[in-house]
Design a protein around this ligand. Structure first.
Ligand code: HSE
Length: 449
């Protein structure tokens, strides 16, 4: 096989995903050759500790200097799977400057410094592949960039963090507490090195920034995104949600409202008839609405060694085949800033749980505070006293977070609440304007996208 038919890789990082890539390259060698007509050779792997015992692919050497990959004239593609922002950013920059294609799973880097790196890739006519950065094995980057390019997209929502979804799933199905479910997720190699990125919604937020860029060709500055994670989410809320006919998911959502982008990451109640409510375990899902396609729902493993390697390989094979280079899916080198609708101003139904003392007049005061903010209640449940007080739980008609939070702050100031109010957005069957009937989540009928 001639030099030209061989594609030479420099790999930075041999952790969960890097290991999966090496494994799948070997396992699928014949398929890859059949599909591309080229052999993929990993010439060098950059690792932190070169003395650690490991089995390496044939003719592969180790280095502890990732920047060596950017400087090696033999290397065609630098695959960055080391994570972190500083060295990874330098490695990608140097690689592009030296005329190499780059494939990365680094959503944090692309969410926070994507503008610079995509511009550099465009300037040098190089592929900057990032399919593995969003939702693991789900091919959402290519889908939005290419397959759905003929649509005007109105909304993208999804479960974008496998660890968070696994934790919520375990809490919902097996009654585990948050800490035990997190430990299990870590043991399965799903969680980020720093699991706060998963449970506090930051990892999902990085991915949502990339989806906004792909869906609308806009730059949404990461620090402006509204982000709430699942730390502190209580089993009690999962149970109340179930009574109303909903499941709680950590949702990433972006939609276009009158030319502005409303976006955020938050725990949300999703009606049980929606497919997204039924995404379990480490699975991710993305639901896209467009003016030609209607609704599209993609479901797959969002984390883990092989599923993420599948996405990395997809990009490597695109390069091997000489696919057209248009990394963001837009012709402009720099994408315009998004005009932002603050999440607090978006209209949606809300779930609210208040812990109060069981004294007369408390329900009247709650109803009064809500009415003052024009919040209209749709359904109310009051449960028997538990050690923390009496939970009063209600679903509202569509209103803003600003109104909900103003009302609950007022109740807090008046000393009526025994703990901070719990308030989550609600997604009903028609994308968020009505509350559900509360009937039979176990007997799930046909699904709504
Ligand atoms: N820790 C991430 C998740 C995996 O749980 O989804 C890759 O982003």
């Amino acid at each position: 096989m001639s030099q030209q038919e061989r594609l030479v890789i420099g790999l930075a990082g041999l952790g969960t995903v890097g290991g999966g890539l090496v494994e799948m390259l070997q396992k699928n060698e014949r398929d890859i050759l059949n599909r591309t007509g080229r052999r993929i050779w990993i010439k060098t792997i950059a690792v932190r500790n070169i003395n650690k015992a490991r089995t390496l692919p044939e003719n592969c050497r180790l280095t502890d200097n990732p920047l060596e990959l950017a400087q090696d004239p033999d290397i065609d593609v630098v695959v960055e799977l080391m994570g972190g922002k500083d060295t990874a950013r330098t490695l990608i920059r140097e690689s592009l400057l030296n005329g190499k294609h780059v494939v990365t799973a680094n959503k944090a880097l692309l969410a926070e410094h994507g503008e610079e790196l995509f511009a550099l890739a465009a300037e040098h006519g190089r592929f900057l592949g990032y399919e593995a950065s969003v939702a693991g094995a789900i091919p959402i980057v290519q889908t939005l960039r290419e397959s759905l390019a003929g649509n005007h997209i109105s909304s993208v929502m999804g479960i974008l963090n496998g660890t968070g979804n696994y934790i919520l799933s375990e809490m919902t199905s097996h009654g585990l507490d948050f800490a035990t479910a997190l430990t299990q997720a870590q043991a399965q190699g799903l969680a980020e090195a720093d699991p706060t990125l998963d449970v506090d919604g930051i990892d999902a937020a990085h991915k949502l920034i990339l989806l906004i860029r792909l869906a609308w060709g806009l730059h949404y500055p990461f620090p402006e995104l509204s982000v709430q994670g699942i730390r502190g989410l209580r089993r009690m809320d999962i149970e109340f949600a179930r009574e109303f006919g909903y499941r709680i998911k950590l949702l990433g959502q972006a939609k276009e409202v009158d030319g502005k982008i409303e976006a955020g990451i938050y725990p949300a109640l999703i009606h049980y008839t929606m497919l997204i409510a039924r995404v379990g375990g480490a699975y991710n899902a993305v639901r896209v609405e467009g003016n030609a396609l209607g609704s599209l729902f993609l479901h797959g493993l969002g984390a883990g060694s092989r599923p993420t390697a599948s996405a990395v390989l997809g990009d490597i094979l695109s390069i091997a085949r000489g696919a057209e280079i248009n990394n963001t899916g837009y012709r402009r080198a720099l994408l315009p800033p998004a005009s932002i609708l603050p999440a607090e101003d978006a209209m949606t139904p809300w779930y609210v749980r208040l812990m109060v003392k069981d004294i007369s007049g408390v329900l009247r005061d709650i109803a009064g505070a809500m009415a003052e903010e024009n919040v209209s209640m749709a359904q109310v449940i009051q449960k028997a006293e538990c050690p923390e007080g009496v939970p009063i739980v209600f679903m509202t008609h569509a209103t803003t977070g600003r109104a909900i939070h103003a009302a609950t702050r007022k109740l807090e100031k008046e000393g009526l609440l025994l703990e901070q109010a719990t308030c989550y957005r609600v997604f009903a069957r028609d994308s968020g304007t009505e509350t559900g009937s509360g009937t039979g989540p176990e007997a799930v009928p046909e699904a709504d996208l």
